[in-house]
Design a protein around this ligand. Structure first.
Ligand SMILES: Cc1cc2nc3c(=O)[nH]c(=O)nc-3n(C[C@H](O)[C@H](O)[C@H](O)COP(=O)(O)OP(=O)(O)OC[C@H]3O[C@@H](n4cnc5c(N)ncnc54)[C@H](O)[C@@H]3O)c2cc1C
Length: 503
């Protein structure tokens, strides 16, 4: 790399997963980096918040590919932070457990291709061949997404038919058995799945990641955010907290400077935005950008939001569970988590007991996520945190109780173990992340019109690049790999991937 590029300066908007990975990579490569985060603490989805002395993760409960040879392991090793992370693999024989209320059946997803197939084939012996074909097809799709193997490749333009098939059609193409179809789709809340629109590549990448290496942070996800921040600082970069970007000034199709919450101006050679594109456009005078460009991106529909319950258990009363649990009343609800009805909410729940130390016998806490569309809380959309009113508070209490009623079906007497309950609604997610409609996973990818939902890293402004979960894929792996793509625009992607691979 030549000296001129080495000295270039970068401003990064948002100190979450994408912003911190971009910041760490570019600092290490010699750029002068400044990251601006609106909250008092960096992290975004990695941020830990505290209630009654107990830390809770906001948005990073299950992780993948941190095992030896995994892509996150390689990136973090190259950044020199892998040994700073405390990670606990989920159980081999069950990293995800699904309970169906109607027939009381319990299905387990087990780790490793063979074990995964064997475990499911016990429920569907006559379907073993079909399950095997399904798993192989998922892995073939992952092979097409070259970046997962740190290879250069065009994600969107060169792919097989299955890659962009709808996830529903993809799963259904392997079996006529309706129960097995439902069982193969059970984890779709993990990616806000829509059977008709979510592309099969999203299902395949996330499912295979967890089949290989589902795990969780011990002591919480903030450790990764802090480690990345330390890399940025170690190479001379700066990370500003409580200093959100309030305005972006544009001239001649380029950003001239930003204004931050502390009323200061900063400028750089390059700017990287990792926040939701609709939130980004609100910071600019959009009349200075090509109208068709920003209107297209601004109008992309978003993924679903969620209602989340945070439970603190009385000491040593509830067992630690080393898997992610799911419950739905009936197989027919597998794709209907987002269909909200006041009386029957939630259609399904996903629960996890985050580990505090390596060999927990008891759980200190539980986080329960339930898909909820933003429209449910829309009537309070103009309110702010702590001032949303009595009706909203009553709504939250009712949802909490309905979710605990579901938990009670899985764990009779769980109420006796509960010390405190807190909750977050789609409005909490919207306001905490500055994420339009509180979308859990950013904009919705639609296989029926992938180019409409595709947001390129390069923008119509000469010195603005995009990164974060809205660009390619959400989650720890999707967002980190997108950070490689974004940084690759400056460093050369092949150069960067080779460096990580050949470390
Ligand atoms: C409830 C929930 C559970 C999840 N569970 C998982 C999981 O188990 N595993 C997984 O892999 N993924 C999970 N995800 C998804 C994961 O958290 C996201 O994909 C990831 O955090 C996206 O990273 P990002 O950098 O795009 O955005 P974020 O991590 O959200 O970072 C964006 C940052 O920008 C900041 N910001 C916004 N506006 C401004 C501004 N104007 N100026 C400065 N800063 C600003 C925000 O405060 C935030 O810190 C979950 C998400 C949610 C909401």
């Amino acid at each position: 790399m030549n000296q001129r590029i080495k000295k270039q300066s970068i401003i990064i908007i948002g100190g979450g997963v994408g912003g911190l990975f971009c910041g760490a990579i570019l600092s290490k490569e010699g750029y002068d980096v400044k990251v601006f985060e609106q909250h008092y603490r960096i992290g975004g989805g990695l941020h830990l918040f505290r209630r009654n002395g107990i830390d809770f993760e906001t948005g990073m409960h299950v992780i993948g590919s941190f095992q030896e040879g995994g892509v996150m392991n390689k990136i973090c090793s190259w950044l020199g932070i892998m040994d700073k992370l405390s990670i606990l693999p989920s159980d081999d024989d069950c990293f995800e457990l699904f309970q169906i209320g109607r027939d009381g059946k319990i299905y387990r997803y087990a780790k490793g291709v063979d074990r995964f197939i064997d475990t499911l084939a016990r429920h569907f012996p006559e379907e073993r061949e079909n399950i095997t074909r399904y798993v192989r097809a998922m892995y073939d799709i992952v092979d097409e997404a070259k970046i997962f193997h740190l290879e250069h490749g065009d994600f969107f333009n060169h792919h097989s038919e299955k890659f962009m098939q709808s996830v529903g059609d993809f799963i259904n193409s392997f079996t006529e058995n309706e129960t097995l179809r439902a069982v193969l789709a059970l984890s779709n809340p993990l990616y806000g799945g829509d059977q008709y629109h979510t592309p099969a590549y999203i299902h395949s990448i996330i499912s295979s990641l967890y089949i290989e290496s589902a795990a969780r942070f011990v002591g919480g996800s903030q450790q990764l955010a802090d480690a990345l921040m330390n890399v940025i600082r170690q190479y001379g970069g700066e990370v500003f907290t409580r200093n959100g970007v309030k305005h972006i000034e544009i001239e001649n199709k380029a950003i001239t400077h930003i204004k931050t919450a502390d009323n200061r101006q900063y400028s750089a050679d390059w700017y990287i935005s990792t926040i939701h594109p609709s939130s980004l456009f609100k910071l600019m005078d959009t009349s200075k950008i090509q109208r068709s460009y920003w209107q297209r991106i601004d109008s992309i529909p978003n993924s679903y939001s969620a209602f989340t319950v945070y439970i603190i258990f009385k000491p040593e009363t509830f067992p630690y569970l080393n898997y992610t649990g799911y419950y739905i009343d009936d197989y027919s609800q597998v794709w209907r988590h987002y269909e909200y009805q006041e009386e029957t909410f939630p259609n399904g729940i996903m629960y996890i007991t985050p580990p505090v130390k390596m060999h927990d016998k008891f759980a200190q806490k539980m986080i329960v996520n339930c898909i909820m569309p933003f429209s449910v809380v829309q009537k309070w959309e103009n309110t702010t945190v702590g001032k949303r009113g009595d009706e909203y508070n009553a709504f939250k209490k009712r949802c909490e109780q309905q979710i605990i009623n579901k938990l009670d079906l899985i764990f009779p007497n769980i109420r006796n173990s509960i010390a405190n309950v807190y909750s977050a609604t789609p409005l909490t997610i919207r306001d905490f992340y500055n994420q339009k409609e509180g979308a859990l996973y950013g904009v919705k990818k639609d296989c029926k019109n992938i180019m409409l939902s595709h947001i390129p890293v390069r923008t119509k402004l000469k010195n603005l690049l995009l990164s974060g979960q809205n660009i390619n894929l959400h989650g720890i792996v999707g967002t980190s790999l997108t950070a490689l793509n974004t940084c690759g625009e400056l460093l050369g992607l092949e150069y960067l991937l080779d460096k990580i691979k050949n470390m």
